[in-house]
Ligand binder design. Structure first.
Ligand code: IMP
Length: 200
């Protein structure tokens, strides 16, 4: 059986404001006082694992040990079929040191020139770790297609080029609540909550 989150303070082990905002919104119905790794000035560990789950655990564990509090992290990315799953775990790195996702989206568009398969999926691994080293981790996906040029100003990262299956608008054109209802993060989150959280 999974270990339950019974405390109040929970560190979100991310320096990405978009992710921290989404996780905070997803955690709203639960008794958790969310603080981000950025607010605590925790260092950002290098993502040295080769899977989403491996990197999620690495980040949550580092934050839990450094803060002495339970910590949750998200490792996620966009996997494009025609690019053999790239950028995948390198999704953040494709945006370069200035974290410019216009650059990353332009690179995908360029690498897809001449390829007709537009299928893609977002993957999200969530890990919840405690300072004693125990971790729970879950992975969710949402399937869709990439579409150019980028459209929409909501969301973050690769949202302007991702059209989920069954829709003709991108994640960045959708209301946040609609994205939260179907996203890879929502899917992983539902599994995490069912295993580790109780509604207050
Ligand atoms: P990392 O998990 O910190 O390595 O970063 C993953 C990267 O994948 C993020 O910086 C985003 O660019 C991208 N990504 C993950 N989830 C989403 C999403 O929901 N929308 C758009 N981009 C995402």
């Amino acid at each position: 059986m999974a270990r339950a989150f019974t405390g109040e303070r929970l560190v979100v082990a991310s320096h990405n404001p978009g992710k921290v905002r989404e996780i905070r919104e997803l955690l709203a119905p639960f008794n958790a006082d969310v603080i981000s790794a950025g607010q605590l000035n925790l260092p950002e560990p290098d993502e040295t694992e080769d899977t989403f789950i491996g990197n999620a655990k690495l980040k949550a564990l580092a934050a839990a040990i450094a803060s002495g509090l339970p910590a949750m992290s998200d490792d996620s990315g966009l996997a494009v079929s025609a690019l053999d799953g790239a950028p995948g775990i390198y999704s953040a790195r494709w945006a370069g040191p200035s974290k410019d996702f216009n650059l990353a989206m332009a690179r995908i568009e360029k690498e897809m020139l001449g390829k007709s398969d537009r299928a893609a999926k977002f993957v999200c691994a969530l890990a919840l770790c405690w300072p004693d080293g125990h971790c729970e981790a879950f992975e969710g996906e949402v399937h869709g297609a990439v579409s150019f040029p980028p459209r929409g100003i909501k969301g973050f990262g690769y949202d302007p080029i991702f059209v989920p299956d069954g829709f003709n608008i991108t994640f960045a054109e959708m209301e946040p609540a609609a994205k939260h209802a179907m996203s890879h993060r929502a899917n992983a989150f539902a599994q995490l909550v069912a295993a580790c959280f109780k509604k207050t």
